[in-house]
Each structure stands twice: as structure tokens, then as C-alpha cells.
Design a binder for this molecule. Structure first.
Ligand code: PMP
Length: 363
């Protein structure tokens, strides 16, 4: 029996996608072999990767002056690749620190240049997006960095910082394709696939033309964006099967009506939980209302033992992976694109029953 999987990633995939992959697992179309067994340079595979890119471009309305790359190394490698490739002018970069993932990006960038942290919400356990003033932005910075959706704390940037001519580099690992965005506002977008796009093993990078080819000669070939742009993500063997799964997920997104339609559903799903949390006597959301994520919803009872009881009881009814990140505790429901609204309803109903049983014990 399939459960409702609220994991932050790797995360739930659309069951239709899994079933299609299953049908094609042993023998893909008329090729007579699995996608896993194909040469990445074969005609059949080239068609798969080209379709994956074309669908991504169309779903996210990616302008022609952007390249799309399918890389390895996870979103974490982008924490290093962005500075390695972009810190070539003033060697300065501005960052907003909104949690563990932006901190890791800051740590990597410091190896290659001078990092200016414009604002941080660390003192408040990253429960909100810190306020910042444009005056503190460095107009000479080589780039400006944000983590747009903060998977652990359930916060997101509802508006992008206006960085003028300084390219905005953004980690969209946990929100890519969850709502419409204007790609032209970014210099680089990157996202590990394992939350909203597909299985782990591939990282999507969307990079504006003029940011490619800036890296010094000393940058290792595999870490230079230019290498991958020039070779259509095939300088070496790409994660072929993961890219094939992406293609299937993109087809599924199309079948759902595209990103705008998913955004509407995602808002409905998130509202169901937040509306319940806002009036609950047992549970409380931990992210500031104005910065709430559509994808990751952390909450607590206020009593660690009761949190543990909740997670255990939820798991027993098929609502799994609700334990919060080890750094913050409590609970977290990740409700990515592929989480059906029925799963969210089941969770909210379970929370209501739990509250009826345990009342306001936690507060
Ligand atoms: N950025 C964000 C926002 C994440 O949530 C994660 C993973 N949970 C990462 C980066 C790291 O991704 P990866 O494991 O693909 O390196």
C-alpha cells in the first residue's frame, strides 16, 4: 500500500510517473532496452534529453538567452560552482542568510572571495525572511545570492530583492515549478531534482548566457559552466535515468495544466494546513505568516514528547516522514507538487483527531 509521504526530499513522485517508468523500465518504446542501458549519445536518448529540456523551457517560460543544464553533484555543488564561475570581477558577493542551505553557500563562497551577509534571521532560528535595505547592496558585487524557499524552516521570499545589474543567483531546490516565476529576473537558478522535479542524482541549472565563460583557466573543467554549456550537459556521462524521470515529471506537469495550475493547487493545499494551524489549540506553525512556504510546513505542539507521539501515531496511519529537520525538531509536512490534496486532507483530519484526543496539552 502506498503511504502519503511528506518527506522533504527525496520526496513523493506522481504515481502516474512511477507507473509509466515501470511500464518502460525493461523495454523503452521500440529500442529494446531500458533507458538505463542506453548510450547517452544514442538517438533514442538524445531525444529524451532534448525533450526534457524543451519541456522545462516551455513550462518555466525560460527565455532564449538562458542555458539549461542537467548536472550532478546536487544543489550543494552549486554552492561552489556559482562562486568559482562568477567571482571574477570585484570578487565580492552579497548574501541573505535564511538558514542552513544559504549558510552552506556562504561558507563555500568565502573560499573564493569576499562575502557580505546583507541580512540574517539566524538569531530567530530562521523563522522568517530577514528585512533588508537596498542601500546595503553592493552595486559592484559579482552576484547576489538567496535561497528562495527554505526547506527546513518553511519560509520563502515572496518578493525578490531588486539587485539592479548584479546577477541574482537563487537556490530553488525546494520550490522550483511550484509557482510561476519570471526567469528573466535571475542570473542563475539551480535546484536539486529530488523534491519537485524527479529523483535524486540530477541538478537543474538555468544560467543566463553572459554568465557563462567567465571562470578562470584554473577552474577544473567539470566545475566550469562553459564546459557543460558547450557540450549540452554531455561533457561526460550525464545521469541518464534521472533525466528521463524528469522528462516524465514534466509531461505530468503539462497534464496537470502547467505551473500556473499547480500553483493554484499548491496554494489550496498549503491553505488547508495553515488555516487549521492558525486556529488549532494543539499545533502551531513556526514560520512567520508573511513568509510562509507553499512547499514545507513546519509545526510544533510545544511539547517534544507530544511531537514524538504525533509523529509515531501519524506514521501508523500511513502519514509518513513528518518528523521535523534534526536542527529544529517538531514536525514538518513537505507538500510538493506531487502530493495530492487528498494527502493534505488526510493529514489535517488526522491532526484534528489528535487534537481532540490530546487537546491543548502542548500549549
Ligand atoms: N538547497 C536546499 C534549499 C535544500 O533543501 C537542499 C537539500 N535538502 C539542498 C540545497 C542540498 O541539496 P543536495 O542534497 O542536492 O546537494
Amino acid at each position: 500500500m502506498r503511504v502519503y509521504n511528506f518527506s522533504a526530499g527525496p520526496a513523493v513522485l506522481p504515481v502516474e510517473v512511477l507507473e509509466k517508468a515501470q511500464r518502460e523500465l525493461v523495454c523503452f518504446e521500440d529500442v529494446g532496452m531500458s533507458v538505463m542501458e542506453m548510450s547517452h549519445r544514442s538517438k533514442a536518448y538524445m531525444k529524451i534529453i532534448e525533450e526534457a529540456e524543451a519541456k522545462l523551457r516551455s513550462l518555466m517560460h525560460i527565455p532564449d538567452n538562458y542555458h539549461v543544464l542537467f548536472l550532478q553533484g546536487g544543489a550543494s555543488l552549486q554552492f561552489a560552482m556559482a562562486p568559482l564561475n562568477l567571482l571574477v570581477g570585484s570578487k565580492k558577493a552579497d548574501f541573505i542568510d535564511t538558514g542552513v542551505w544559504s549558510s552552506k553557500a556562504i561558507k563555500e563562497a568565502k573560499k573564493f572571495g569576499s562575502v557580505n551577509v546583507i541580512a540574517s534571521s539566524k538569531a530567530d532560528t530562521y523563522s522568517h525572511i530577514p528585512s533588508y535595505s537596498k542601500e546595503s547592496f553592493d552595486p559592484e558585487a559579482d552576484y547576489f545570492y538567496i535561497c528562495q524557499n527554505n526547506t527546513i524552516y518553511g519560509t520563502k521570499f515572496t518578493t525578490l530583492p531588486d539587485t539592479g545589474n548584479v546577477p541574482l543567483v537563487a537556490d530553488l531546490s525546494s520550490c522550483i515549478m511550484s509557482e510561476e516565476i519570471d526567469v528573466s529576473k535571475y542570473g542563475i537558478i539551480f535546484a536539486g531534482a529530488q523534491k519537485n522535479l524527479g529523483p535524486a542524482g540530477v541538478t537543474v541549472v538555468i544560467i543566463r548566457n553572459d554568465l557563462v565563460g567567465k571562470a578562470s583557466e584554473r577552474v577544473p573543467t567539470m566545475l566550469n559552466y562553459q564546459t557543460h554549456v558547450e557540450n549540452g550537459s554531455m561533457f561526460n556521462t550525464p545521469p541518464t535515468y534521472a533525466i528521463y524521470m524528469l522528462k516524465l515529471v514534466f509531461e505530468w506537469v503539462e497534464s496537470q495544466g502547467g505551473v500556473a495550475a499547480l500553483e493554484k493547487k499548491n496554494k489550496e493545499k498549503a491553505d488547508l494546513i495553515y488555516d487549521f494551524l492558525d486556529q488549532s489549540k494543539c499545533f502551531k506553525g513556526t514560520a512567520a505568516k508573511e513568509d510562509r512556504s507553499l512547499m514545507n510546513v513546519p509545526f510544533v505542539t510545544g511539547d517534544e514528547a507530544l511531537d514524538a507521539t504525533f509523529v509515531k501515531a501519524a506514521t501508523a496511519t500511513g502519514l509518513v516522514n513528518l518528523k521535523g529537520h534534526r536542527s529544529v525538531g517538531g514536525m514538518r509536512a513537505s507538500i510538493y507538487n506531487a502530493m495530492p490534496i487528498e494527502g493534505v486532507r488526510a493529514l489535517v483530519n488526522f491532526m484534528k483527531d489528535f487534537e481532540a484526543q490530546y487537546g491543548g496539552v502542548g500549549q
